[in-house]
Design a protein around this ligand. Structure first.
Ligand code: NAD
Ligand SMILES: CC[C@@H](O)/C=C/C=C\C[C@@H](O)/C=C/C=C/C=C\[C@@H](O)CCCC(=O)O
Length: 210
């Protein structure tokens, strides 16, 4: 996907990997909506990005991905402001074994929540223009870290959810098509593991890899 002109939502964008994703997207002429629960860090980064890339290229929205209401409002404001969503980077995450319920709520439930709410705007099945969803997992989603079992569980969950959604989306797209040859793109990528499901050739209605 060419990034220039695309509208990208990044969760946990105020610092760390999310801030780095934001810089790369802006460097490639995408517009970025930064969602983060840390209001001061988000506003500070927005000020710096305004000077570097121009104020019209970003929007910071204070948003807790554990809140359905805040997430829905942030995505709605994104679409009202920029006209749609092409890219979703589900990046927000914490590592805190002493707060295991919060860890599950942010790392796994947060990604499911933002994905499902964003698909209402992104999916071609509901009037969207399609796009890409990138979920940040971890090596801890591929093999267990004995030092952080709950974090590990959330990241295994992210990997599983992402892989299942990648196949499901292509499958649904394939079945929503009239039979015939048409390219269907659906790419869900995980940091560390890339699950690309694309270029599905639909003939008998069953998706076939290239
Ligand atoms: N740093 C690493 O070594 C590493 C390795 C593998 C995977 N990861 C994953 O990368 C992602 C980012 O990690 P990081 O190292 O940049 O962490 P970080 O702590 O630097 O940044 C995380 C950001 O997410 C935000 N955030 C936390 N809870 C939130 C919530 N409920 N709603 C909205 N925003 C919230 C924080 O405010 C912060 O700005 C995480 O999912 C993490 O699990 C990190
Ligand atoms: C999520 C908040 C962020 O700021 C901190 C992230 C820190 C680590 C993230 C994790 O996804 C990556 C872990 C990778 C570990 C890789 C190899 C060894 O360190 C494994 C050590 C064995 C163990 O700790 O059990």
């Amino acid at each position: 996907m060419a990034l220039n002109g695309k509208i990208a939502v990044v969760t946990g964008a105020a610092m760390g990997i999310g801030a780095a994703m934001t810089e790369i997207l802006l460097h490639n002429s995408a517009k970025v909506i930064l969602l983060d629960v840390n209001d001061s860090a988000g506003k500070t980064l927005k000020e710096a990005l305004d000077k570097k890339h121009g104020a019209e290229t970003t929007l910071f929205i204070n948003c807790d991905v554990t809140s359905e209401e805040q997430t829905q409002a942030a995505l709605q404001k994104t679409v009202e402001t920029f006209g749609g969503i092409d890219i979703l980077c589900n990046n927000a995450g914490i590592l805190d074994e002493s707060q295991w319920e919060k860890t599950i709520s942010v790392n796994l439930m947060g990604i499911v929540r933002v994905t499902y709410l964003a698909l209402k705007y992104m999916s071609k099945l509901t009037g969207g223009r399609g796009g890409v969803i990138v979920n940040t997992a971890s090596l801890a989603g591929l093999f267990p870290l004995m030092s952080c079992p709950v974090y590990t569980a959330t990241k295994f969950g992210v990997v599983g959810f992402t892989r299942a959604m990648a196949v499901r989306t292509v499958f649904l797209d394939a079945y929503s098509l009239t039979f015939g040859r048409r390219k269907v793109y659906s790419t869900f990528e995980i940091i560390g593991v890339s699950q690309n499901v694309r270029d599905v050739n639909v003939s008998d209605g069953l998706p076939r890899g290239r």
